[in-house]
Design a binder for this molecule. Structure first.
Ligand code: G6P
Length: 462
């Protein structure tokens, strides 16, 4: 792993890094390693590649690790000033860019590009510059740099100016907005985002659809792609890891607890999300309510296991949505619940082992986002479920391009349509469900994370 400036040959840059720290009572630092595609991708290229991950220090523990110079090898955390980070991450990335690419604005929730926005935008620029400078400092001559996501759209252009020798890639884990929606951004800001991205040699997207939308934006508002290449890499689920992890004792324990909550002989409809508007959890609950209303044969015979893990709680719009999810779940339980049956089992405390336990028990997986870059839950449940599950899948999830054939497709806005799809999924013959689930799992694991990352790197260097 790289330890001296100018030595890294492969660099990854992202807001959230692969590790986070907490300070324990005796003052020592506890490191918690994250998972996900990038982590397994980077480990696949091996330690001899002089890899370095540049990310933000997000917690007090992270900042303490930076101060003590105690971070892990191969990770450089940037101690971005708290105000700048809040503006860039909460203000611009998660309020504006996330909402634009997921097309979440609707009256009365509409963007206001005022003086406050301009102030936050200046922070976003400064935050991107801090990354570009750190990368420029760390990268060896001719190194490959892969910048991640909407937090860092300006980095490729800035880095190109500082270090023309580098191979610069950018990968988007979100959708990209079509031109008619993207143009909602002020012209100069839209131009900066596009020019920042086009500073890369190669841009990666999760599906053709998002790559196409970016290309159209570039053509309409930035005079085309110039020398930038665009590629598609549809990140898949990590079958080996998931299957092994899903059979460890802590998952078995949580299965036993969940079975208690669900009750004997009942079907389960499972969903697992970070709680935010694009995931469309409320309409999913309303669809379930509609199912109970119109198909009373399912009352007492089905449970909706909904795990909605709080996300980005500094922002009021995410907090309000979290409260709304809880409110609607409570309403359904009050309306339909009986002494022996809780129709909705909602959990909000993030627990990966419990998520895997729910995956294993799932008869039906409900994945109904308004718009989603890929959605890995749709890919993970069929891989893990014990008896095979039926997948109710939004046509607006990137995963639909690969899984659409064996899923039951829904329009995410259509609550009654989603209720019908749930009924169809619950009624599917077990043999058909198992066959479809097998095909879904095969499609879902076609591009495992390690290969996904290596492919990007090869394409960038090629
Ligand atoms: C999406 C984004 C990621 C982000 C993740 C979690 O998947 O594409 O870049 O890390 O959400 O969101 P958070 O704001 O907690 O990092």
């Amino acid at each position: 792993m790289a330890s001296t400036y100018g030595a890294a040959r492969v660099l990854v840059a992202s807001n959230r890094g692969p590790v986070s720290y907490t300070v324990s009572e005796d003052g020592s630092l506890d490191a918690k390693r994250g998972g996900g595609g990038l982590v397994s991708g980077l480990s696949a290229i091996g330690s001899d590649a002089d890899a370095l991950w540049v990310c933000s220090a997000l917690s007090d523990g992270d900042r303490e690790a930076v101060r003590r110079g105690a971070g892990e090898d191969g990770v450089r955390m940037l101690d971005i000033p708290a105000g700048m980070h809040a503006d860039a991450y909460n203000g611009i990335a998660n309020s504006v860019l996330w909402f634009v690419h997921h097309m979440l604005y609707q009256t009365p929730l509409e963007p206001v590009f005022d003086a406050e926005f301009r102030r936050q935008w200046a922070s976003y620029e400064a935050y991107n510059r801090a990354f570009a400078e750190a990368l420029a400092e760390e990268a060896a001559q001719g190194a490959a740099v892969v910048v991640q996501d909407y937090h860092l759209t300006l980095v490729p252009g800035m880095l190109r100016e500082l270090r023309p020798d580098l191979r610069i890639g950018h990968f988007s884990h979100t959708p990209w907005a079509p031109p008619e929606y993207f143009r909602m951004l002020p012209d100069d800001v839209a131009g900066q985002v596009l020019r920042g991205m086009l500073g890369a040699d190669r841009l990666g997207f999760l599906t053709e659809r998002w790559a196409q939308a970016f290309t159209e934006c570039a053509e309409r508002f930035a005079g085309g792609l110039g020398g930038t290449r665009v590629g598609v890499h549809g990140l898949g689920a990590d079958a080996d890891f998931l299957r092994k992890r899903a059979h460890e004792p802590d998952v078995e324990e949580r299965m036993a607890a969940l079975r208690q909550e669900i009750g004997e002989g009942r079907r389960t409809i499972v969903r697992v999300d970070r709680t935010e508007l694009s995931k469309n959890i409320v309409r999913g609950l309303l669809a379930y309510r509609r199912l109970l209303e119109t198909h009373d044969e399912w009352r007492e015979r089905v449970v909706h296991v909904a795990f909605a893990y709080p996300s980005r709680q500094d922002l009021a719009v995410y907090r309000d949505y979290t409260a709304e999810v809880q409110r609607v779940a409570d309403e359904i339980n009050a309306e339909y619940g009986t002494p022996g049956w809780t129709p909705v089992v909602l959990h909000v405390k993030d627990d990966f082992a419990r998520s895997l336990a729910a995956y294993r028990l799932a008869d039906v997986a409900l994945v109904n986002p308004i718009r989603d870059g890929m959605n890995l839950v749709a890919k993970e449940v069929p891989v893990v479920s014990d008896a095979g599950c039926a997948l109710v899948l939004s046509r607006e999830a990137g995963a639909h391009e690969e899984l659409g054939e064996d899923a039951i497709t829904v329009n995410p806005y259509d609550v009654t349509g989603t209720a019908t799809a749930l009924h169809e999924a619950l009624s599917m013959r077990p043999e058909e469900r198992a066959e479809r689930s097998k095909r879904l799992a095969a499609a879902a694991t076609a591009l495992p994370p390690a290969q996904w990352f290596v492919d990007q790197l090869d394409a960038l260097r090629g």
